[in-house]
Design a protein. Structure first.
Length: 366
């Protein structure tokens, strides 16, 4: 039975981490450089972006992982080191500086960068602050490292569990990351050469987590014959600005997620929502899930990095437990909306929380 742990990436034995501000980001209160260090060489594997345009750190990391081993990861935020003429040179120098400070071979360091694309990245901040970064390595440094790779994130993303495998306590820790996609390959089993019975045991233990994610992130419904995420929405505060016909069509139409959607908002395209006398209002507050109707009648759903105020009328608010489903929808895919009362929305969120608590009790013993 697995249990949640604290300390994130440093939960497994022998791992230290650190995070500092080195000057890549202008805000001195924001950490922008992270280091994760293992006391011994590790079996290492990586998954990479499927984009045709790839950052220079990926090329260097691929080269350094040819032997399937690594002992440290250095990562900066604020600059992605992508589409730069000297990008590979900078990424290679980052590894060399880190290797010198840790007294390792440069090939044992892998590198990553996240942030603005197309902006030159100087090696100077790394050269100036590498000693500080290494000096601050600690077994409690996971949270600092996690902060050091944040970009537009509003909170640190770290996770760790402990579990028994053949009577031995094992730990897994991680930070940042993304959901695995179809076609991703993690060659960890070949690296660890797990016996078949241990592999089957791990599958049995982690299958409930997969089922939970699938059931939670896909609240499917139907509009006509189309199965799609059907998002529950509480009307208001400006739903009275729209005609009854418009409200009906909004809740019975398909809306396609457009390519210009981002962490701020999901921009949708479909049946225009007709207002009685325009959609402009005096700017007022916006929350995650607010559904604004733009001047052209198209819905915009506010997501994690939404602005604090807005001047378009809000037809309603997507209930909080359905927002993850919208966040998983890709551009070109469709969603629908179904109006619910405040009481129905609260009840739905309580049910999801109860399901999660039951899952934790079953899976984590909490």
């Amino acid at each position: 039975m697995a249990k949640l742990c604290e300390n994130g990436i440093c939960t497994p034995k022998g791992f230290q981490a650190s995070g500092i501000h080195c000057g890549i980001r202008k805000n001195r209160t924001k950490k922008d450089l992270a280091l994760i260090y293992s006391e011994v060489p590790c079996n290492a594997a990586a998954t990479y972006t499927l984009n045709k345009v790839k950052g220079a750190p990926i090329a260097v990391t691929k080269q350094h992982l040819q032997d399937g081993k690594a002992q440290a990861i250095i990562c900066n935020s604020g600059n992605a080191n992508t589409c730069n003429a000297n990008g590979v040179e900078i990424a290679t120098q980052m590894c060399a500086l880190c290797a010198d400070a840790l007294q390792l071979a440069s090939e044992d360091i892998i590198v990553a960068s996240t942030g603005v694309i197309g902006e030159p990245l100087s090696i100077d901040p790394f050269a100036t602050h590498m000693e500080e970064l290494v000096t601050k390595l600690s077994y409690e440094g996971g949270s600092d490292a996690c902060e050091g790779i944040m970009t537009t994130d509003t909170f640190k993303k770290e996770f760790a569990v402990s579990f028994l495998l053949d009577g031995k306590e094992c730990h897994i820790g991680g930070m940042e990351g993304r959901a695995l996609r179809s076609g991703d390959v993690l060659p960890l089993l070949s690296a660890f050469r797990l016996p078949q019975e241990q592999y089957a045991l791990m599958q049995k233990r982690f299958k409930p987590l997969e089922l939970w994610m699938l059931s939670t992130l896909t609240p499917h419904g139907y509009i006509g014959s189309a199965a799609l995420p059907l998002l529950r929405i509480v009307p208001g505060p400006q739903d009275g600005m729209f005609t009854e016909q418009a409200l009906h069509e909004f809740s019975h139409s398909l809306y396609t997620v457009t390519p210009d959607s981002n962490r701020m908002a999901a921009k949708l395209s479909g049946t225009a929502v007709e207002a009685k006398n325009g959609v402009d209002i005096l700017s007022d507050g916006i929350v995650e899930g607010s559904v604004q109707i733009s001047a052209n009648g198209q819905p915009i759903v506010m997501l994690a990095d939404h602005q604090s105020t807005g001047g378009y009328a809000k037809i309603g608010t997507v209930i909080s437990c359905d927002i993850p489903a919208l966040a998983q929808v890709r551009p070109g895919q469709s969603v629908g909306f179904r109006f619910v009362t405040v009481e129905e929305g609260i009840a739905a969120c309580k049910r999801e929380k109860e399901k999660w608590n039951q899952f934790k009790e079953q899976f984590y013993g909490e």
